[in-house]
Design a protein. Structure first.
Lengths: 470, 470
C-alpha cells in the first residue's frame, strides 16, 4: 500500500505539531553558529557546528555519530541501522557550513541571530542548508512515532559536509576513503528546492560544472596605442574574439565536440517541464534580467536545467580605472564556466575547449589555459522506484500532486553516485524566494515542517517499495 | 642660397661648443623640477617650472616672456620680434610638464636628479619634452652669433604648455583666447622624434585620437550562473561581441562610415616610408611584441602612421580575483581608442561608433557610451616651403640626407593649426630608445646639440625662403 493510512498521517502531524517549538528552538541554536567555511576566521565555528550537530543527532537517537575530519572543515556522519536487516540503506547528504553574511550586505537583522517574522525564519543557513538538514532529525522521530518502530524502516545514514560553500574541495577524497561506511542503496540529497510555495516538486538532476581561466599575453608590457596601435595583436581584442566565437548564431556552444554524449531530453521530460506554471516575466524578475536568451529550440527551463552552457564569469585586461589610458594591454583574461548535463564528460569538455582555444589564438599572442577540478552532472532516473517513494511521501505531506524540476546549479551529488554506485534523489523544500547566498536568507516555516513530514513518510514507503527495484 | 656657407656652419658649431657646458647645466637645473602635471601634489612644481623657464627665456634674450595661467597648469609664452618687419612669424610649441616617475618603477638613478652616463642625460623630461624645448634657447643665440643679427631673422614666438602629459585639457581654450598673441605663419612643434640616431628624419604628421568607454549592463546584480546560465544575456559576452566585431577579416575597422573622408597615402608618401631602413624584427622588439598584425594591404609603418585604428585599451566585467566565481556579471565595459588620420572628423567617428554600438547591443542589455574630447589629426603638407627649410637646416646639422616619418601618436598640434590657421611642422631629435613615459628616460647629448644646431640654421633659412610660399 503506497499511501499512509489516514491515521498514520494524523499521528505524524500531531507528533510534529507537538515537537515543532522544540525543533525550531534547536535549529535556531544551530543557526547562531556562523559556520562560514570560506572565511578562515570562522574555522572554529565550522568545527563547533559539526560538534553541535553530532551531539544533536545522538540526542535524536542515532546510535552512531561521528565527526569526520578532512584536510579542510569537518563533516558529520551518523548512522541508525534498521532492525530489519534486509532493509535498504539510504544515505542523506547535506552540509552544515554556510555562505558568508554580514549586516552591511543588506540584512534587516543579524544573519547569525535568527528572527521569525511572518512565518519565516531569517538567518544565514536557514534554507541553505541547515534547515533542510535539520528536518531529517524530527522526521525520523515522527516516522518511529507513527509506525511504532524503535529503529527506522531503512538503514539510515547521514553525511553532512562542512565545505560545500567552498566548493567541496575535500569531499570526493572523503567519500572515497569512507566508501565502505557510506555504502548505500540510494542517496537522498537535501540541498535543493521546490518550484514554489504552492507547487511542490522534486528535483531530478543537477548540472555539472567545468571551469577554466584563459590568459592571453601580447606585448611584454603595456605599450603605447599611438606608437604601435594598428600593427600588433591586442590581447584584449583576442580574448574578445574567443568569447564572441564561443556561441553560434543559434546560441549553441560552438566548440567542436562540446555536445558529444549529451543525453537529450525525452518528450516525456519536456512535457513534465512544460506542465510547470512558468511565468516568464516573473522568472525574469527573479533573474534580475531584462530578456531571455540562449539556445534556440529550447524553453527557458530546458536551457537552465537540461542544456549545457558556456558563460563568462569574468573578463579583464588593460586599463581598469577612471578615464582613459592609451595603451595596448600586455595581457587579458577570461574566466569561463561550462555547465554540463548527463552524458558529458568534464575531461572531454576540457580537452575540446583547450584544443579550440589553441587553434584560435592569433599569431603573436601566447596563451595559458587552466581547468580546475570539475563537478559531474547528476540525474535521477525518472523510472526509479525510490523516486516514486519520494513523490508519494511529498504528495502525502503537501496534499498536492508533485511535479518534477531540475536544478541548473551543480553540487557534489555526482561524487556520491560515482563512488557509491547508488542513484541520487533530491528532497528539498526551499523556494526561490529563500535567498540562498543573498542577504535575508529565510526558510518558510510551514514548508520546513512539510519537509519533516515528508521524511516521516519516506522511510516506510522506501522500505515497502524497495523490492520494486530488484 | 639655401645652404649656410661653411664659415657660418663653423661659427655656429664653435659657438655651440663653447656654450655646451652652460647649456647642459641649465637644462639639468630645469630637469630637477618635478613638473608632473598629472599629480596634484606637484602642482607647485609645475608652476615653478614655468617660472624657471620664463626667467631663462628672458635671460636668453626674449624681450617678452609671460607665464599664462590656465584653469589647470600654467603655460609659458615668449616673443622675440625680428627687426625685419616683413619677416614671417614662427610659433614654437613644446611642453614643460613631464610624466610621473619614481625610482621604484625601475630607474637606475633618481629621475629628478639628472645623471650623464655614456653621452646620455638621464632624467624624466630629458627628451619629452624639456630637452627639446630647451634646444631652442641656445639655437636662437647661435643663429644670432652666426648671422651677426641682434634679433632673429623671423618673428619668433614660443608657447610651452604645462598640461600636455595630462591630455592638454585647457590648451584649446588657451589658444583660442590668446589667438591674437599667438598668431603665426607657421608652427614648429618640438615634441616628436627621429627614426634613429643614424637616420635623421622630419615627422610630417600625427594621428588624431577619439576615445570612448562603453558600459553594458545585464542583470541588476551578479546572478548565479548555475541557476540562470544559458537563459539570459551575459553583458561580458555582449561586450566581447562588440569588440570582436570591431574589425573585419582584413583587419579593417568594421564600423560603417569609419573611413569616411580618410585621405589615402599617395604613392610618393608610400615610397618615402619605404625608403626608411625598417627592420621588422627590431621594430617588434621595440613594440615588445611577437608578431605584426593589422590592416591588410599596408606595411607596418603605414599602419602606425597613416591608417586609422580601433584599439581596446581596457576591458572588464565580472569576477576579477583569484580562482572562480560562478556568476553572470551585472555589467561589463570596454575602453576603446580610435586613432584618426587626415580627413577624418572625430565627431563623425563618434557618431558612427555610437550608432554601430546601439544597433549591435543584444536585447536585454542596456548600454551607455561616452566619448571624451577628441584630438584631431595633423599633417604637414609635403610641398610646403617651410618643410624644405626644416629639412635643409636639419641636413646641414646632421650632414646627412633627411627622410620623412610620421608619428602614430596624437598631440595638440591640430588645435594650433585649426585656431591659428597656420601649417604645423615638426622638429624633434628624440630617438625611439629615449624611453618616453618609461623608466630611465634619456636624451642623446650629441643629438640634443644637433637640435640646437638645426634651429641655429632654421630661422635664417625660413626667412630667406618664406616668400617661396607666397
Amino acid at each position: 500500500m503506497s499511501k499512509p493510512v489516514d491515521s498514520a498521517v494524523s499521528v505524524v502531524r500531531t507528533y510534529i505539531q507537538d515537537q515543532r517549538a522544540a525543533f525550531l528552538g534547536d535549529l535556531t541554536e544551530w543557526l547562531r553558529i556562523p559556520s562560514v567555511s570560506a572565511q578562515p576566521e570562522h574555522a572554529a565555528d565550522v568545527s563547533r557546528s559539526a560538534g553541535w550537530l553530532a551531539a544533536k543527532l545522538a540526542e535524536t537517537g542515532f546510535p552512531v555519530t561521528e565527526v569526520w575530519e578532512t584536510a579542510g572543515a569537518p563533516a558529520v556522519f551518523a548512522e541508525w541501522p534498521s532492525d530489519t536487516p534486509e532493509a535498504p540503506t539510504v544515505l542523506v547528504y547535506g552540509h552544515h557550513d554556510v555562505q558568508p553574511a554580514a549586516v552591511a550586505d543588506g540584512w534587516h537583522s543579524d544573519p547569525f541571530e535568527p528572527q521569525t517574522r511572518d512565518g519565516r525564519l531569517y538567518a544565514r543557513g536557514a534554507a541553505d542548508d541547515k534547515g533542510q538538514v535539520f528536518f531529517h532529525t524530527l522526521g525520523v522521530r515522527a516516522h518511529l512515532a507513527a509506525t511504532g518502530r524503535t529503529t527506522p524502516a531503512v538503514h539510515l545514514k547521514l553525511l553532512i559536509e562542512g565545505e560545500e560553500e567552498s566548493g567541496s574541495p575535500n569531499f570526493r577524497t572523503l567519500v572515497e576513503e569512507r566508501a565502505e561506511r557510506l555504502a548505500a542503496d540510494a542517496v537522498i540529497v537535501s540541498d535543493t528546492g521546490m518550484w514554489s510555495e504552492t507547487t511542490p516538486t522534486v528535483c531530478t538532476g543537477m548540472r555539472g560544472l567545468a571551469e577554466c581561466e584563459i590568459e592571453l599575453r601580447g606585448p611584454d608590457q603595456d605599450i603605447h596605442s599611438g606608437s604601435f596601435g594598428g600593427a600588433v595583436p591586442n590581447p584584449a581584442t583576442a580574448v574578445a574574439g574567443l568569447v564572441a566565437a564561443l556561441h553560434d548564431e543559434d546560441g549553441r556552444v560552438a566548440v567542436p565536440g562540446f555536445y558529444d554524449g549529451v543525453v537529450p531530453l525525452t518528450d516525456e521530460e519536456r512535457e513534465l517541464f512544460a506542465e510547470l506554471p512558468f511565468d516568464e516575466a516573473r522568472w525574469l524578475r527573479t533573474a534580475k534580467s531584462y530578456a531571455t536568451a540562449g539556445e534556440s529550440g529550447h524553453t527557458v527551463l530546458e536551457r537552465i536545467w537540461a542544456r549545457p552552457t558556456a558563460e563568462v564569469n569574468g573578463i579583464g585586461g588593460g586599463y581598469q580605472g577612471e578615464g582613459t589610458k592609451t595603451i595596448i594591454p600586455a595581457s587579458a583574461f577570461v574566466k569561463l564556466s561550462f555547465r554540463l548535463v548527463e552524458g558529458q564528460d568534464p575531461d572531454q569538455v576540457a580537452k575540446a575547449v583547450t584544443e579550440w582555444v589553441a587553434a584560435r589564438v592569433p599569431e603573436g599572442i601566447r596563451h595559458r589555459l587552466d581547468f580546475g577540478p570539475a563537478t559531474r552532472p547528476c540525474l535521477t532516473p525518472l523510472d526509479h522506484p525510490a523516486l516514486r517513494s519520494v513523490v508519494r511521501a511529498m504528495g502525502t505531506a503537501f496534499e498536492q500532486p508533485v511535479r518534477f524540476t531540475r536544478e541548473g546549479g551543480s553540487g557534489p551529488a555526482a561524487d556520491l553516485r560515482d563512488v557509491l554506485g547508488a542513484p541520487v534523489l533530491f528532497l528539498g523544500i526551499s523556494v526561490p524566494s529563500d535567498g540562498w547566498h543573498a542577504p535575508n536568507e529565510k526558510v518558510e516555516l510551514d514548508l520546513l515542517m512539510k519537509g519533516v513530514e515528508t521524511t516521516a513518510y519516506l522511510w516506510g514507503d522506501l522500505a515497502e517499495h524497495w523490492t520494486d527495484t530488484h
